[in-house]
Write a protein that binds this ligand. Structure first.
Ligand code: SF4
Length: 66
């Protein structure tokens, strides 16, 4: 099954704008601040939040795949 989104972890610079946009889907590693995906198969009601996270991400590492 195709995922709704994917994350290019190698590009993440921390900062956590994705966490502010979609706190049920993204978190930050306590040590380095880099993104952690909490839910890689999120329900439809989270999709707009994830689109917003992708728009806000300064490193363009969140990709909407659907
Ligand atoms: S907004 Fe982008 S660069 Fe910032 S923590 Fe989230 S994934 Fe990483």
């Amino acid at each position: 099954m195709q995922k709704f989104f994917s994350v290019d972890y190698s590009r993440c610079v921390g900062g956590g704008l994705c966490v502010m946009a979609a706190p049920k889907v993204f978190a930050q590693n306590e040590d380095d601040g880099l993104v952690i995906v909490l839910d890689d198969n999120p329900p439809a009601e989270e999709h707009e939040n994830i689109r917003e996270a992708a728009r806000l991400c300064p490193a363009l590492c969140i990709h909407i795949d659907k």
